[in-house]
Design a protein around this ligand. Structure first.
Ligand code: ZN
Length: 275
């Protein structure tokens, strides 16, 4: 399988958004132009130019007219994971449907309509100098290091989880992604749920679209022993897709999440802009 793939026809999904709880739909259409674009009004906006907000337990993209689309990361992670960098996305509603809380359904359906790309893709972003963003209050950081291959390492640490520190590694390969990363689900700690709901988030959350960790361990079977840090790799792929191009480097996340991922994207976008 070639690293770059393209769609031969459109594919779409409908369902409830994780945070809004409202029904929405999204369609991904083939395109020959390099890059991923979002339809907004009559125009098509490149992903790389969209403002993003990662502070609300998910990633929201914000258009110039103020329109917001929430929870873009699992669809974008699925496109990036499959090596699809020619596409146009159309969303009806405020959020991309949660489906099962992972990238599995997006990935399976996209995979069926993807072939080796004939057109040139966007140039990869090659990490030539280490870049790190951190949260000094809890020691969390996300860093990008130079590497010969796209690699991801995720380390999660939660005092109430057993084991409290877990890690996952992924060496990017579109033929491995559907089995190794896409099915890892969104997760939440039982003790966090009340606070999240009081912030008006996760109104569409349920055991159908999220993995819940209680004091006694996960509620329901895990898809991977390291499903939590593995899901963070899907999130990283999705958030970094906001660069509009693949990243060649080793991305290392320690206790990272969307807020740090988006800060890394903003730093990398500034580096792109001056080079
Ligand atoms: Zn996620």
């Amino acid at each position: 399988m070639k690293p770059l793939r393209a769609l031969i026809r459109s594919v779409g999904w409908k369902g409830k958004g994780l945070h809004t709880g409202e029904e929405s739909s999204v369609e991904v259409r083939p395109s020959r132009r390099p890059g991923i674009y979002f339809i907004n009004g009559d125009g098509e906006v490149p992903l790389s130019s969209l403002e993003a907000d990662g502070t609300g337990r998910g990633t929201t993209v914000i258009f110039e007219d103020g329109r917001r689309v929430m929870t873009v990361e699992h669809l974008l992670g699925s496109l990036s994971g499959l090596g699809i960098w020619h596409a146009v996305i159309r969303v009806e509603g405020k959020e991309i449907p949660a489906l099962d809380g992972s990238g599995r359904i997006f990935t399976e359906d996209l995979d069926k309509v993807a072939v080796d790309a004939k057109d040139e893709g966007p140039l990869p972003f090659i990490i030539t100098n280490s870049v790190m963003v951190e949260n000094q209050s809890n020691g969390a950081f996300v860093a990008a290091f130079p590497a010969l291959k796209s690699r991801f390492t995720s380390v999660t640490r939660y005092d109430d989880m057993d084991p409290s520190t877990q890690s996952a590694e992924y060496s990017h390969d579109p033929s491995v992604f559907p089995g190794a990363v896409a099915p890892a689900r969104t997760f939440v700690l039982e003790k966090e749920i009340e606070g999240i709901l009081s912030r008006g988030l996760a109104r569409g959350g349920s055991l159908e679209n999220a993995l819940v960790f209680g004091r006694q361990g996960p509620v329901g079977p895990l898809r991977f022993p390291d499903e939590a840090p593995r899901h963070k790799i899907l999130d990283l792929l999705g958030d970094l897709a906001l660069l509009g191009r693949p990243v060649l480097g080793h991305i290392f996340s320690y206790k990272g999440g969307h807020a740090l991922n988006i800060r890394l994207v903003e730093r990398l976008r500034r580096i792109l802009a001056i080079n």
